[in-house]
Design a protein around this ligand. Structure first.
Ligand code: 5IU
Length: 428
């Protein structure tokens, strides 16, 4: 394991409790490197410290673990070490079970390079070669691993939550307080934007030219948390369009959200996401995804991310009349989200599909003076979306775009939706 380290020098090693500890101990004594021990729970007596050992801020620490599955033990250790202001870039594990943990740890806010001595696939190959297992066993193990992708890391707050649902209920909590419940860097960023700009408005920019898109983004930019695009509606898409959008997003502090509604098998969506005419992964921090194909779609999209912090919103319900999203379908989407919190940050929904405060609910079909559009769209008011349907964010298109003064309309929708949100959290 030591031979596999990516850097020649570390100041410290830290074993991940408990089974990483004996391995870290051997490395520590053999290499004469100081070692830290992170307890699972802080002692209720004595120093009450969570971490034992001598260290100084800024020292470079290598984490050691025997097996990685979801990555949650490595994540907990990482959180603690980072709080102590140690530099942690690498973790060495003996076996990577290839259930998503190692891949998930390597991007976003984690940014940890997980190096394994062997993967489960390699391990099966070795055991097979030496006649220790037969082909059928190898196949069933790999099939199990493949179908049990588990990256639902439990954050500190969630694991220490003692009062159950009361503490957890999404609708009762402020955006600010939910920042600490999620471990997704973009969910955190979105919560921060919503709290600081006091807006839970997303504008749907379904326009046909780049000039209209940029002009709309300029007008509504100061009042939104997200700009939702349908980039394939543009008749004159170019790299410059994207560059201008990115600039506006940085200036006005909003995020770009492509409503692509990916819906194919993993390998196809990976190509649709990265590459093609729009190279969506390059500029859209968030995208919409259908749960229909099952969680292979998430794996496919994640395979195209390449280290960038990216996330998605699952379409669990639609606003259009006669939508086929049954209760069973909604529960299936929730399961996918819970198993992939590294990528899924929430849902497009029409009802309170989840009380989990990590997930952000976005509701389209919002307009103040219309109830239908003649083509299936059904509208509710911003207040009803937030207070009755449980929306965190309202998505408004024509209500703002087609108003005489889109900026004034954006302000109006923003104020209605945000005051409904304040009412919701204060009423609890
Ligand atoms: N949109 C919906 N309903 C849905 C989903 C997405 O309206 O269930 I999922 C999109 C379509 C359009 C925007 O881009 O949200 C709503 O625009 P209007 O406010 O103009 O209806």
């Amino acid at each position: 394991m030591w031979a596999k380290r990516p850097n020649p020098d570390y100041d410290l090693v830290c074993g991940v409790a408990y089974t990483g500890l004996p391995i870290a101990t051997v490395i520590s004594t053999k290499q004469e490197l100081p070692m830290l021990i992170r307890r699972k729970e802080s002692k209720g007596y004595g120093t009450k410290k969570l971490v034992e050992g001598n260290y100084e801020e800024g020292q470079n620490c290598l984490m050691i673990e025997d097996v990685i599955v979801s990555g949650s033990s490595v994540y907990e250790t990482l959180e603690t070490l980072k709080e102590l202001k140690l530099k942690v870039d690498d973790a060495i594990v003996f076996l990577d079970r290839e259930q998503g943990g190692a891949a998930a740890m390597s991007w976003g806010s984690m940014g940890v390079n997980v190096i394994s001595v062997v993967t489960m696939t390699q391990m099966m190959g070795i055991l097979l070669k030496h006649g220790c297992i037969n082909q059928a066993t190898s196949e069933s193990v790999l099939e199990f691993v493949e179908s049990h992708n588990d990256t639902s890391i439990v954050t500190k707050e969630k694991s220490s939550c003692k009062n159950g649902i009361d503490v957890m209920d999404r609708k009762k909590r402020s955006f600010e307080s939910r920042t600490s419940v999620t471990n997704h860097p973009l969910a955190r960023k979105l919560f921060e934007i919503m709290s600081s700009k006091k807006t839970n408005l997303c504008v749907a920019a379904d326009v046909t030219t780049s000039a209209e898109l940029i002009s709309l983004a300029e007008k509504v930019g100061p009042h939104i948390c997200l700009l939702k695009t349908h980039i394939d509606i543009l008749t004159d898409f170019s790299k410059e369009t994207v560059e201008s959008l990115k600039e506006l997003a940085a200036t006005h502090n909003f995020m770009l959200f492509e409503d692509r509604k990916f819906g194919d098998i993993g390998s196809t969506v990976a190509s649709q996401y990265s590459g093609g005419a729009y190279n969506i992964v390059d500029w859209a921090e968030l995208v919409t995804v259908h749960g229909l194909p099952g969680d292979g779609i998430i794996k496919g999209l994640m395979s195209a991310i390449n280290g960038r912090p990216r996330g998605c919103v699952l379409v669990s319900e639609m606003s259009s009349s006669g939508a086929l999203t049954s209760q069973e379908y909604v529960s299936g989407c929730c399961k996918i989200a819970e198993n992939h919190t590294y990528f899924v940050i929430g849902f497009v929904s029409q009802s309170n599909v989840s009380s989990d405060p990590r997930f952000i609910l976005l509701t389209p079909g919002v307009q103040l003076d219309k109830s239908v559009d003649g083509l299936g769209q059904q509208y509710v008011t911003p207040r009803a979306a937030v207070l009755e349907r449980g929306a965190d964010i309202i998505i408004v298109g024509r209500g703002i775009r087609e108003a005489e003064d889109p900026e004034a309309a954006a302000i109006k929708y923003k104020e209605e939706a945000f005051s409904a949100y304040l009412e919701r959290i204060e009423a609890q």
